[in-house]
Every structure is written in C-alpha cells, then in structure tokens.
Write a protein that binds this ligand. Sequence first.
Ligand SMILES: Cc1cc2nc3c(=O)[nH]c(=O)nc-3n(C[C@H](O)[C@H](O)[C@H](O)COP(=O)(O)OP(=O)(O)OC[C@H]3O[C@@H](n4cnc5c(N)ncnc54)[C@H](O)[C@@H]3O)c2cc1C
Length: 421
Amino acid sequence: MDVIVLGAGIIGVTTAWYLRGKGHNVRVLERREQVGLDASFASAGHVSAHLADPWANPTTLNTLFTWLFSNDTPLVFRPKADIHQWSWLFKFLRECPANRYNSNLINLANLGVYSRTALQSLRAQTGIGYDEAQRGILQFFTDETKLQGAAAAARRLAGSGLRREVFDAEQCLEVEPALHSLRDTLKGGIYSRYDETGDAFKFTQRLTELACEAGVQFDYGSTVQRIQVGRDTIQAIDIQRANGQTESCKADQYVLCLGAESAPMARKIGINLDIYPVKGYSVSLPVREGAQALTMGLTDAVQRMAFSRLGNRVRGAAIAEITGYDRTVDAQRCQKIVANAQRLFPDALDIEHADYWAGLRPMSPSNLPSIGRNDRYHNLLINAGHGTMGWTQSCGSALAISDIIDGRRPDCEFPFIGEIR
Ligand SMILES: Cc1cc2nc3c(=O)[nH]c(=O)nc-3n(C[C@H](O)[C@H](O)[C@H](O)COP(=O)(O)OP(=O)(O)OC[C@H]3O[C@@H](n4cnc5c(N)ncnc54)[C@H](O)[C@@H]3O)c2cc1C
C-alpha cells in the first residue's frame, strides 16, 4: 500500500519505520529541513513507562489555581482569546478526579511498557545508538510529606502492575551517587528500575537514516497546506515546497503526525482533536572532564524538573506554559533549570556552554495520545497528542499504527480510536 506520513518528528519517523517494516511504500512530508527539529529536538530524554503520571490528577486541582495565574510556577497559563485554549483547560479539569486519573494512568503505563519493549527490540534488531542508558529513573524527594504521598501511591499501584520501588535516602545515593550534594536533605525516592533514558533527537535522526536505507522517501521543505477531502476519504495532500512550488500528493492511506500542529490541521477538515500546545524548556550542559555527574534518569519531585545523562551532556527540562503556539525561548526560565542543576551537581557542569531550548508538547487533556483510524475519513489515521511522553510512547504508537493500517488489533490494552478493519 502507498502511505503518506505527515510530519517528521519522532512520531512521524517511527511511524514511517514500522510501516515500511510491514512492506508499505512510505513517503514522509516535513516542512523543516530535517527530521526532529520541533518538540522532538531536546526533550528530557526519559523513556518512562512506570513513572508516567498524567498531569491531570486530584492533587493538580489543589495547586492549579495558584499556579495558573502566577508567572513563577512549574505551570503557567496565559489566557488568550482562543476558544480552543479554554475548551482544552475545561477538559483537562474534567480529567482530574481520581477515577479518571487512575484509568488514564493505567492506560499510559500499558502503552509505555508496550512501547519500551518495541524500542528494545528495535535496538536489538538494528544496533541503533542514541546515548542510551538502561539504569532506570529515580524520582527523588527532599520533602517528607510529598515522599509519603508518592510512596502510598506506589504501593497502591503495585496491584495494577506498575513497578515503582520506594527507596530511602541511602538507597537513592547507592543508585545515583551524584546526588551526594543532597546527603543532608534527601528524604528518599521512587525508583523505576526498568525505565531508560536516551537522546530522542539522535534516535530520530539515526532511525531516519535506517528508514532511508530501507526505502522510505523523506520530502523536506514540504509544508502541508491543505488536505483535500471527498465524502469519506482523503483525496490528496497539497504541499508547498521551500521554493514556492506546489504539488498534490496522493496515496492509499495517510497518517497525521504533526505534533502540536495536528489539531489546527485536523480542524480544517472538520475533525476535532483535543490537542493543545504546552510549552516546555530544556537546557543541555556539557559534563566537565572527570566530574561526577548523574548517570541515569532523575526527576526532582519538589522542583518538578527532569534530568538525564546523555553521553557527555546532562539535559535538564521543566515548565509547562499554556500560552498558545509561541516557541520563543525565555532565558530566565532556562536559567532556573541551570541553577537547580548546579545546586544538585555542583562543579560537574560547564554552565558557560549551556544550550537553551523550548518546545511545544502536543498535549491532550488526559495525557493519552490519539492513535488509530479516523471515523469520518476511512483512509486517515491519527498518531498525535503524545504530550509529555512522546519519546516514551513513540515506538509503541507507531507499531500500533502499522497493525491498525493492516486491520490488526495491536497487542496492547489501550483505548485506540476508531474502528479496526
Ligand atoms: C521540554 C520537553 C521535555 C520533554 N521530555 C520528554 C521526556 O523526557 N520523555 C518523553 O517521552 N517525552 C518528552 N517530551 C515530549 C516529547 O518530546 C513529545 O511528545 C514528542 O516530541 C512529540 O513528537 P511529535 O512527532 O508528535 O511532534 P514534533 O516533534 O513536534 O513533530 C511534528 C513535526 O510535524 C512537522 N509539521 C508541523 N506542521 C507541518 C506542516 N504543515 N507541514 C509539514 N510538516 C509539519 C513539524 O515540523 C515537526 O517536525 C518532552 C517535551 C518537551 C517540550
């Protein structure tokens, strides 16, 4: 079958890879000059199946209103005259009660584990390297009350198959000695042994090289301008190239993977996707020669920052701004990440050579992505809305799409959208 994939972030590239693996002819349309330059560029690097908490949860409700209207909190809301922003926020609030949270959490974990397994077999099959580490992820606490809350949740969730080990401070320092600066203040942590870390951008680039070798066609500088529709099918995709030329591209099936741009594009053909951009920031810092810096994935639960060791760099990421499609990098926000990194790993990082970045998470109110076939246009599939977890969920979401396109039910307990036929 001929398939066109719209968008070459980590989701579009993995989708192309798995579709090609099932024997389809795949063409990828991407507006930028190469893959992975939007949300997939400098994520925190966590492949986190077991520590993936939906942002909409009962405790969020308590802090949300203080956070929303302040400028100095992990979550910032700048109200816009945009009905989609307000509607998204309303739906987010509806996902906060405990019953919704629990169901979303289990679905996220199912997809996360399915995806991590797919990533592991892709790695074994191809030998792909991306500064990966399989040392687990530790969420650490310097606040006893917060630790107790997280520990109680970890014990409660053990029955649902989520493997979260509760560690005391000594155990935390054993798995990550680089946290020694917190020796006097560390209360403990939640350790997810089987989670991993790695550079999502490097992964996306290397997988693209492998996909090209396997015959996938990547069209860069090709901006999707219009999706031509018939009564119940997609007829063609109109693109404009960097030199201004236009073209209508046709295939048997189409997969929408436009990240944060997925919802506005889908709206043009009457499809409502609950995806809104939530801006996040990251900082990449070289590790000084011989210094003791972290070696695994870390989450500072009190400061709400995630860290990874990616080769000879440390990446720190944080902050959620619901401010529309603005991608501007606010240096002050990045400096906060640098300050916390310095506090945690004093003298280990070369802050003079810090790289600042901001990206738009394609976020759904429930944290669950939309994966599956569209009900209205039967040759259109959606793989979008991965929000905070796109790197974690990429291989699994793409593998699932490659099954669904062939009429097979993916081997994962997850609320895939649309009919499987
Ligand atoms: C600060 C931060 C930290 C994060 N940390 C983690 C983490 O630790 N673990 C994790 O699992 N996830 C993390 N994420 C989330 C993850 O990065 C995203 O979910 C993921 O990158 C989304 O991938 P995507 O392919 O859907 O979107 P994108 O990477 O944005 O790709 C969409 C592509 O579509 C293209 N496009 C858009 N419009 C058009 C058009 N009209 N025509 C042609 N092409 C178009 C874009 O150029 C882009 O290449 C983080 C995100 C941020 C911002």
